[in-house]
Each structure stands twice: as structure tokens, then as C-alpha cells.
Design a protein around this ligand. Sequence first.
Ligand SMILES: Nc1ncnc2c1ncn2[C@@H]1O[C@H](COP(=O)(O)OP(=O)(O)O)[C@@H](O)[C@H]1O
Ligand SMILES: [Mg+2]
Length: 396
Amino acid sequence: MVEQIFVVGGEVEPPFFIGRNEEVRRIKVDILFSAQNNVIIGPRRIGKTSLLKNLKNSVRSDVLYVPVNCRKITEPADLFRLTTHALILAYEEKHKIKGLAKKFSEVFRGKITAATRSISEIGGSIQHVGNVYLRFREDDINEEELVAETFGFVERFANEIDEPTVVAFDEFQELSKFPGNIFGQLKSHMDSNPNVRYIFSGSSVSLLHEVFLKPDSPLYLMAARVRLEPIKKHDVSAYIRSRLKTQDIGISDSALDRIYDYTDGFPFYFQKLGFILYQNTTLEDRSFIDAEDVDIAFNSMLREFDSEFEARYSSKFSRQQQEILKYLSAERIRRLSEIARDMQKPSSSLTTSMRDLYYTMTVQKPQEGKYGILDNVFRMWIKRNILGYNELSSNE
Ligand SMILES: Nc1ncnc2c1ncn2[C@@H]1O[C@H](COP(=O)(O)OP(=O)(O)O)[C@@H](O)[C@H]1O
Ligand SMILES: [Mg+2]
């Protein structure tokens, strides 16, 4: 197999996973002492999913760690199926019981008796899952009850096996789209069971506020917040230099400065840029990278993201949000009043759009009245392709 130099995409593990010791340690303590639930919040590509993976690796011998990707969940039946299945799968992995999850999935194909018989060694809750699912298919219970049954199963199962259990819901904002009071149901199970802890991870500030920080919400203050920041410059530079060194490629300090300047420490981007730099250097049979090489690599990276950014820009934002992003892209941080002036609108007419951009972690608010696009690569793309384009065409 070819040795990997940088890893772009997917869940990365050491030596490709860097700079998150503090976060892993903090959440690990909460898990081991069953102290509190956690909610991890950060923009896309900051490394939430990878953090969850490494967290799992560091606690897997102490607890039953159950990862659930809510992106795959579009209705309560998915939540029920995927969560119960993930639980059984985690149990199978931890205790090396081959074929357990496979047998369990027969529960969902109606072969409950067969499934129960072969997995009865881990207790009675399996049969219950099968019966619940059958009743749901026969319209005997509704979706809200199915959600309650999901958390009920987690609770019963954890008690049966008598092991501390951690369920990690990645992209948990997807769950808020369900009808009914999913978080209220979760709350009642959280209270009653010290054996089960939850981790929520997502990129929606509004959900964080509504679910965990609003006094009348059922989960008010039920989880400690971990905000994922970019990886620190020192860590990024050391990482890139050492990865390149494995291929006998050197890099100047100014080149490393520039990489950080462009990527802002967003792991997805420095891995990608590192890879392009490595590729270009090898193709041209060179062994040293300088700042100009970074500019060239960054340009080709922007081009690679063209269709993705184009799609995001044109489909994820309202007209007014697009306008705001356009003028915001001119600099890293701008005043609301400046943007309003550019748009020839009063500042007050922009606050709703601004708030929504903030809530989806598209825009940050470093100080009162000041805003900036969080993803610097996306900002540069907008600046060149939207702001630049419009300036050119209006001069014609
Ligand atoms: N701690 C890390 N160190 C180095 N690279 C990372 C780290 N976390 C993430 N990455 C890189 O960023 C990419 C996206 O990370 P991911 O965890 O999927 O982000 P998110 O879930 O926040 O969107 C990964 O595929 C990997 O290339
Ligand atoms: Mg993710």
C-alpha cells in the first residue's frame, strides 16, 4: 500500500489526528466519571466527527461507546432502527461476539422469534425491540412513541449489561426536524439513568441555544458545551513539516505561515492544501516548498471546490444572505454598518439575515457590530468569484 502523506476526508486517527488533546481529555473525564453529558459545537470541517472517533478509541475499554450518525436519520423509524442497531453493534465489537448485530437486524425483518432465540444471552430487551417495531409497522404505535422506545431501549439495555454506556449523536441538529418533543423524551430518560450518558455534536448554534441554553427547554443545562476551535498554528505547522519530511520534502517558515493564513487552522483545508503541495512538488521533482508554491496550490484548491461552493452559495442562502456574504467577503472582519452602506440598506434591515447566518455557523461575531465569514476558504472563493465578478461586470 502507498504510504499516506495527508488524509483528506473521513474520520482521521493518529498520526493524522492532531491538536485535540485538551478536548479529548476533558470529555473523557466526563465519560469516565459519568459526570455530565456534552454538546460539541463547531462549523463544518472543523473536525467534530474525527474528534468523536478518537474519543471512542480512548474510552472503548471503559464504556460501551455507541456512535450514531443523525445524517442517516430522516424519520423516527430510522432513529429507532439505527440507534438500537448501533448499540448492539458496539456491544458485539467490544465483547467480540461475532454475528450478534447481524442476528439482531433480523428483528427488523420480522423474524423476531429466531432473532430472540439466538441472542437471548444478552437479555430480554431485544424481544421488546422486535415487538415494538412490529407494532409500529402495523400502525399500532405512533412515531412519538417510537422515539420514546428508542431511548427506553438504550436505558434498559445498559442496565441489563450493567455497563456505562455513551451514545454519541453526530449532526444532532437533524433530530430537531422531527415532530413532537424528542428532547423532552430524552430528558426523562437522562434523569432516570446514571448508566447512560449522551454526547451531541453539531453545527447549529440555534439548536444549541434552543435545546440546551433556553430555560424553558427540557434539556436546559443538561450538557456541558465544548466549542471546537481551529487547530492552533504551532500544531498545524509542526504537522505539515513532519508529514512532508517523511518524503524528504522541506518547507520554509513563510510557506507554513501562508498555509495557516489561508486555511485558518481548519483541518480539512490544511490537509487538502498539504496534499496538493506534496503532489505538485513530487510531480515537478522538487524537494522544497516556498510561499509562492502555496499560492499556486491554494488556487488549484479553490478551483477544485468551485462546484461545491457554487452550489452552497446559491442554494443554502436567501438573496439577502447572499448579498451580505458577498460584501462580508471583502475582508476577514467587517462592521455591520459598512456592509449596510455597501448594500445601501439600513443596518437594522439586515439583523434577521445576520442572525440566521450566525446560527448556522456561517458567520462569526467576534465583537458587537462586527462580523466575519467563519470558513476563510469559502470567504476567499466568494471574494474572487462573486464580489470580483460583480465589480468587473459593473465596470463594463
Ligand atoms: N484533529 C485533526 N487533525 C488533523 N486533521 C483533522 C482533524 N480533524 C479533522 N481533520 C481533517 O478534516 C477533515 C474533516 O473532519 P471532520 O471530522 O469530518 O469534520 P466535521 O465533522 O466537523 O465536518 C477530516 O477528514 C480530516 O482530513
Ligand atoms: Mg462531521
